[in-house]
Design a protein around this ligand. Structure first.
Ligand SMILES: NC(=O)c1ccc[n+]([C@@H]2O[C@H](COP(=O)([O-])OP(=O)(O)OC[C@H]3O[C@@H](n4cnc5c(N)ncnc54)[C@H](OP(=O)(O)O)[C@@H]3O)[C@@H](O)[C@H]2O)c1
Length: 277
């Protein structure tokens, strides 16, 4: 049964409650990861954010959570280096206890076209986007199995499935690998308790990753979605917090597309009416 509680108006609403659980969020100091960390923390989780370069932002988040009486810690690691990631997981679990929620959010692009591909750069994209997810998942799974509760969530992308752009090969392929891994991990863990593995795939969100996009390019992207607007990091964080909760117990091996209707460009009757007038 999903957890329900009465709202202020007296309606029964879903109660997302992560109290007592540790959530690890990679790339949790800025962008989408920051919203995910904040919202998991708002919903009661103990949160360990992993950051590489964004130390100031990470410590600001720790301070903010401290003022609100929440338990959030920051751990520096470079996801290109497995031992650095494993050390951060050990550090976080020594402070908070075992992790029940893993959100692998960190991701990079390298913008290298296949013609003249920068192979080293493409490998780096795989190190951060995919291999670190393998290392992190392996590191937390045993504890999740022991607790018979676990949520593995990978932040994917429509680039894995339906979106092709020049210069995006390594990024798209690394995300496709993540999507495939979620299904396989789900097959392994879901028969063994309340354990799920899923992908949340954001559409177009304005963050540091997309801030350099030219206006024309952005408009072309927005023109392919029926919401006709960019999403916000919090709109991704809310879905992640739900997928991480008890309430999402029967969803596993899934890709949740949180993309404003990406690829579902609607034909606007409003516009048609305006033009006919
Ligand atoms: N923005 C979008 O429209 C969009 C759409 C679909 C999917 N996504 C996915 O959503 C996720 C978050 O994206 P975003 O837009 O929030 O990107 P962002 O603002 O560029 O943030 C990237 C994050 O990855 C971390 N990171 C990068 N390299 C790292 C490394 N070597 N070691 C540790 N951490 C590293 C960064 O940490 P530091 O700053 O601490 O180095 C940062 O927190 C990514 O997986 C991205 O592919 C984004």
């Amino acid at each position: 049964m999903p957890n329900l509680r009465a709202s202020r108006r007296g309606d029964l609403i879903l109660d997302v409650d992560h109290r007592g659980r540790l959530a690890i969020v990679t790339g949790g100091a800025r962008g989408i990861g920051k919203s995910i960390a904040r919202l998991l923390s708002r919903d009661g989780a103990k949160v360990a954010i992993f950051y590489n370069r964004s130390g100031d932002e990470a410590h600001q988040l720790v301070e903010e959570a401290g003022h609100a009486g929440r338990s959030l810690t920051a751990h520096q690691c470079d996801l290109r280096d497995a031992s650095s990631l494993e050390a951060a997981i050990l550090e976080a679990t020594q402070i908070h206890g075992p992790a029940q929620i893993l959100v692998h959010n960190a991701g990079i692009t390298n913008g290298s076209p296949m013609l003249g591909a920068n192979v080293a750069g493409m490998r780096e994209v795989f190190e951060v986007n995919f291999w670190s997810a393998v290392v992190a998942t392996k590191a937390v799974l045993r504890d999740m199995l022991r607790a018979k509760f676990g949520r593995v969530i990978y932040i994917g992308s429509p680039a894995a499935t339906s979106w092709a752009t020049q210069g995006n090969t390594a990024y798209a392929a690394s995300k496709a690998a993540l999507h495939a891994m979620a299904r396989q991990v789900a097959a392994e863990i879901s028969p063994r308790g309340n354990l799920t593995a899923n992908v949340v795939a954001p559409g177009y969100i304005r963050t540091d990753m997309t801030k350099h996009f030219a206006r024309e390019y952005e408009n072309a992207i927005l023109g392919t979605m029926c919401s006709e607007r960019a999403g916000t990091p919090d709109e991704i964080g809310e879905v992640v917090s739900f997928v991480a909760s008890e309430n999402a117990s029967y969803m596993t091996g899934s890709v949740l597309e949180v993309d404003g209707g990406f690829g579902l460009k609607t034909i606007s009757r409003r516009k048609n009416r305006r033009e006919a007038e």
